[in-house]
Design a protein around this ligand. Structure first.
Ligand SMILES: C[S@@+](CC[C@H](N)C(=O)[O-])C[C@H]1O[C@@H](n2cnc3c(N)ncnc32)[C@H](O)[C@@H]1O
Length: 409
């Protein structure tokens, strides 16, 4: 799931450009993410690749992983470095593709493209520099053998579009080597007017499974995650380290191959509708309690309403009371369990107590002594528990992001 959370794409672009202008022009400024030559070593770059890098280029390195672990570049390749930054990966790629190959270094931030041009002009005839967005690549369809990208995709507002663009410019069978930040739990709170959280690489990141699903949906195959790194453990900011920990933010290095054709329209439509994806997304967003409670309510009152409506139309619908009660009880019990699981995130016992009380009333009404009022009261108490659990989960998220107390819950 791509979370834009109240930022307009324009706000994101401006914040990204501001931040990465500083990385290009004043790399010794304090940043909340690792920057500079020592980061190349931390991320496992081969010293033979990094030794020839000019000092001022290495000083602005802001990658989040080592895409070259994929060994996807071949001599003679035409490569595209998306979000090239100061050009460290571009220069490494330039040596790997050799004099018969070519590297296009593309970045959104003018200060970054200026820096690459300054460092490659007259020295690297096989490097072209372009200032553009990953969402709209000014590159001919099918003209690229290999895309390399390090730390840029998490900063792009429309990731699906950027991935579709990668697919378009790669030739069939072309390869992708990507290092990027991903998260385990999506950010749900509204972070409006605080793009700082986006440019620090956590809030804009995609859930790892969703990123891989997006690549598959677009038509990439043979997708392999080669490495996962606790990148933010190297952040000098304790707050960033804590935010990263609470959302499970980490870097991955992956490789993929562009399929010969785009997936058929039907497959493209059906893939996102797969129940496993829906369930996983509801789970990550803490919405399984709400979803199962809705199912319990629909099984109870929805089935009753449907039976009444059909009877009015002269169609008899015989509901088996045992199966009916069992279905309601099952969904209500699951709902109580999922609501109680919220304790792990917010450490408040209230929603659990209310959810258990609510489900006990529903079960009592269903299996011991039926009364409409008892059943209804049970459901109302459960709805209150689900709403409180959701509120507390979002409040806790906002607190971790440093937004608490500013009306962002
Ligand atoms: C984390 S830095 C990494 C830079 C470089 N790959 C490196 O390893 O040093 C991300 C880079 O992506 C660029 N970027 C962010 N959003 C972009 C977009 N939509 N299109 C192209 N580049 C983008 C930024 O300007 C920045 O230079």
């Amino acid at each position: 799931m791509v979370a834009i959370l109240g930022y307009s794409p324009q706000q994101i672009t401006e914040a990204v450009q501001e931040m990465y202008t500083t990385v290009a022009e004043r790399p010794s400024s304090p940043f909340h993410f690792p920057v500079g030559k020592q980061t190349l070593a931390l991320l496992g770059y081969d010293a033979r690749d990094t030794e020839p890098l000019p000092e001022n280029v290495a000083a602005s390195f802001a990658g989040v992983g080592n895409p070259f672990r994929a060994k996807a570049l071949q001599p003679g390749d035409t490569a595209l470095d998306i979000g090239a930054g100061a050009g460290n990966d571009t220069l490494i790629a330039g040596r790997k593709v050799g004099p018969d190959g070519k590297v296009i270094a593309l970045d959104l931030t003018a200060a970054m493209t200026r820096k690459i041009r300054h460092n490659t002009a007259g020295r690297c005839p096989n490097v072209d520099v372009v200032q553009a967005s990953a969402e709209q690549l000014p590159v001919a369809t099918g003209s690229i053998d290999c895309i390399t990208s390090n730390g840029a995709l998490n900063l792009v507002p429309d990731k699906r579009r950027a991935i579709r663009e990668m697919f378009r410019v790669l030739r069939p069978g072309g390869r992708l080597q990507l290092a990027d930040v991903v998260i385990n739990r999506p950010v749900n709170v509204d972070c409006d007017s605080d793009p700082r959280l986006w440019v620090e690489c956590v809030v804009g990141a995609t859930v790892e499974e969703s990123l891989i699903a997006m690549l598959e949906d677009t038509g990439f195959e043979d997708i392999r995650v080669l490495n996962r790194l606790d990148y933010f453990a190297h952040s000098p900011s304790q707050q960033t380290r804590e935010i990263a920990r609470s959302f499970g933010a980490h870097s991955i290095e992956l490789t993929a191959r562009r399929a010969d054709r785009t997936p058929g329209r039907l497959r493209q439509w059906l893939r996102p509708l797969h129940p496993r994806r829906w369930l996983a997304d509801l789970h990550r967003r803490g919405l399984l309690g709400v979803a199962t409670l809705l199912l319990a309510l629909v099984s109870c009152y929805g089935a009753l309403a449907a039976a009444g409506l059909l009877a009015a139309l002269g169609v008899g619908l015989a509901l088996d009371p045992g199966v009916w009660a069992g279905t309601i009880a099952l969904f209500a019990t699951f709902a109580a369990g999922f609501i109680a699981a919220g304790f792990r995130y917010h450490r408040s016992i209230g929603p659990t107590v209310f959810a258990m009380t609510g489900v006990a009333l529903v079960l009592y009404a269903l299996f011991v002594d039926y009364s409409v009022m008892t059943e209804l009261t049970g459901f109302v108490v459960m709805i209150g528990a689900a709403a409180r659990d959701l509120y507390l989960r979002r409040y806790e998220e906002a607190r971790k992001l440093g937004l608490k107390g500013r009306g962002h819950t």
